[in-house]
Write a protein of this length. Structure first.
Length: 59
């Protein structure tokens, strides 16, 4: 399994629309890396980010 994901793969992984991912990237709400014009996500970082979001909600 590869450790990075494209916008489409991240959207599928999180169960949201691709437009939602682009909006979250633009508003700096989701951790990502830009490689020239490409946006990529590390699977491990997204998992950590989701855990943090869950902790915020349950606090």
């Amino acid at each position: 399994m590869k450790s990075t994901m494209t916008v489409n793969e991240a959207a599928e992984y999180l169960g949201v629309h691709v437009d939602t991912i682009y909006t979250m990237v633009r508003e700096k709400q989701i951790p990502h890396v830009r490689l020239r014009r490409r946006i990529v996500f590390r699977r491990e970082t997204l998992n950590e980010w989701m855990s943090q979001q869950e902790r915020k909600i349950s606090s």
